[in-house]
Design a protein around this ligand. Structure first.
Ligand SMILES: Cc1cc2nc3c(=O)[nH]c(=O)nc-3n(C[C@H](O)[C@H](O)[C@H](O)COP(=O)(O)OP(=O)(O)OC[C@H]3O[C@@H](n4cnc5c(N)ncnc54)[C@H](O)[C@@H]3O)c2cc1C
Length: 534
């Protein structure tokens, strides 16, 4: 058993930024856990395009207008203002000065701002096309300098410890739900420990892996969302799953993201026989239309004409030398699977990319449960509304990670220290009766079933019939999984499967409930025909 002032679950940009803020106070004790062996591994690690700065002819108001336009009427204006007003300065303070990240500069020595879809200005800071990797290296290195931060790897949070659920006091039933840490599975030692904390922050990232085609790495299976849901937290906007228009469609590299920045630099989408098509779907923005419009346009082209993919042509719009310096990782990965992007177009398909909904939080990252905060992709600040504007999510993780750290620090003062529950107040993890070892083949098979259901029935174009079918099949699978879970020794895969089916149901039910097409939630049977159709 461990005790700490603050338990942070997840070491991506959001969790790491919260930890950095809290660590500034040497009296504060922080435990940061990640289920990965390598603390850099996360969705943050794979971000390519970059993070929003403030461009040369740019302003907070212009950014707010772009966020609200992309959000299709469902973005919370206050959240957009917070991000636009605080984000660019915080980026300089945390990423440049504290984490020592050097964003790309042009030949004139000035910072080089990239362009991305639906941004009215060039304002994206990047480190080649490996921005997330540079950010994670800088943040984790900065954190490791603080002796009051304990970074635990190979540690999978299983469930939040909440009252009244885990309380031994019968009167706790009359109090609001509150969080006191988490049960954490040690992947190497294969045992579950209690980590008791005065405050807990969920920073577990996204849910892309519940879909068959996704740009997300294997850890993005919605663990934090499922834990919060089981604890009774409020979850909002779960139907808004953003599909990225362009993931590589080549065996051996499926899901590898082909950044929007390529279209920002002039790349054009073509049918396999070489015809541009985006002007028919979005005469104003063409290839730089918001993601939902581009993704559905590609989907429609593929469905209508039976294409397996469409093409993205960068070679005709950029010199080979520039392609290699601006997009070195994309160039190398495509080359690895036999495509030379300096000479030929890239086969691409849409893929699940980002979860716009999440655990409802306020301006400081506080959830509907006492002592529980959520930051980054697992949370819903309202910023993204029904559709995320490109490159806002890293900045959201930074801003709300910092804000949660500030809010938690403000809870305590010299004469009011954090209150951590006593060891005897919280029951240990009960493993009695667990006889079976989990079967990886069964877990993998069930996971693939979830991914196929979500892709075919809860994907880019939804309907009431498809969603009802998905919910029926997922409920059956959830019953099977729970029975299996009650009898089987814990493993990281089993924890993930249980969470994935729970999250798949949360998304499907929200999608069936919302009969109005908006942003990235598109229903062919929309009650009003949709806001932005093809
Ligand atoms: C390929 C790709 C490219 C992207 N490009 C961009 C971009 O250019 N710009 C942009 O702004 N956004 C981009 N995004 C989105 C952005 O990367 C994410 O939204 C953001 O990084 C999420 O950060 P986070 O800190 O919330 O979560 P993550 O970075 O995903 O971190 C989650 C953390 O939680 C841990 N975790 C999860 N479950 C558990 C558990 N049960 N127990 C313990 N630990 C757990 C993980 O191990 C990890 O440490 C991209 C995403 C992808 C996948």
């Amino acid at each position: 058993m461990k005790t700490t002032d603050v338990l942070i679950i997840g070491s991506g940009i959001a969790g790491a930024t919260a930890a950095l803020k809290l660590a500034e106070n040497p009296r504060r004790r922080i435990i940061l856990v990640t289920r990965e062996e390598d603390p850099h591994e996360s969705n943050s690690r794979y971000a390519q395009g970059g993070i929003i700065g403030r461009g040369e002819d740019d302003s907070a108001d212009l950014l707010v207008a772009d966020i609200l336009a992309a959000g299709a009427g469902a973005s919370l204006p206050r959240a957009a203002h917070i991000l636009a007003e605080e984000g660019p300065d915080l980026l300089q303070e945390v990423l440049v000065r504290t984490a020592g990240i050097t964003f790309d500069h042009g030949k004139d020595g000035d910072v080089e701002y990239g362009q991305e879809a639906a941004h009215s200005r060039r304002r994206i800071l990047h480190v080649g096309d490996g921005t997330g990797k540079a950010i994670m290296q800088g943040l984790i290195a900065a954190l490791q300098k603080y002796p009051n931060v304990e970074l635990l790897t190979d540690a999978t949070a299983v469930d939040l410890i909440t009252y009244p659920h885990h309380s031994r006091d019968p009167l706790a039933a009359y109090a609001p739900i509150s969080c006191h840490g988490a049960y954490v599975f040690d992947r190497k030692g294969k045992s579950v420990h209690r980590t008791l904390a005065a405050v807990t922050i969920l920073a577990t990232g996204g849910i892309g892996r519940i879909f068959r085609n996704t740009t997300n790495p294997p850890g993005a299976r919605g663990d934090g969302l499922a834990m919060a849901s089981r604890a009774g937290a409020r979850i909002v906007n779960a139907e808004y799953v953003q599909f990225h228009p362009t993931a590589l469609s080549v065996p051996g590299a499926e899901g590898f993201l082909i950044s929007e920045a390529l279209r920002g630099e002039g790349a054009i989408l073509l049918t396999p026989d070489g015809q541009p098509f985006m002007e028919r779907y979005s005469p104003e923005w063409k290839d730089l239309a918001p993601r939902d419009v581009v993704a559905r346009a590609i989907h429609t082209e593929m469905e209508t004409h039976g294409y397996s993919y469409v093409m993205l042509d960068l070679a005709s719009h950029m010199t080979p030398a520039r392609i290699k310096t601006r997009f070195p990782n994309i160039y190398a990965e495509c080359r690895r699977v036999g495509i030379d992007i300096t000479r030929e177009p890239i086969p691409v398909v849409p893929a699940a990319h980002y979860f716009c909904g999440g655990i409802a939080v306020d301006e400081w990252g506080h959830t509907s449960i006492e002592n529980l905060y959520a930051v980054g992709e697992v949370s819903c600040t309202g910023l993204h509304g029904a559709n995320r504007l490109a490159s806002t999510s890293l900045l959201e993780g930074l801003v709300w990670g910092r804000r949660a750290g500030c809010a938690i620090e403000a809870l305590w003062s010299a004469d009011q220290e954090p209150v951590i529950p006593a060891r005897n107040d919280i029951p240990g993890w009960d493993e009695s009766g667990l006889t079976k070892d989990s079967d990886p083949a069964l877990i993998q098979g069930d996971m693939q079933t979830i991914q196929n259901i979500m892709w075919h029935y809860v994907g880019l174009i939804r309907s009431g019939d498809l969603l009802s079918r998905a919910i029926r099949e997922l409920r059956h699978l959830q019953n099977e999984t729970e029975t299996f879970y009650r009898k089987t020794k814990l493993s990281d895969g089993l924890i993930g499967l249980r969470n994935a089916v729970e999250v798949a149901l949360i998304v499907s039910q929200a999608a069936r409930h919302n009969r109005q097409s908006r942003g990235c939630h598109f229903r062919s049977d929309s009650v009003d025909g949709g806001d932005r159709l093809l």
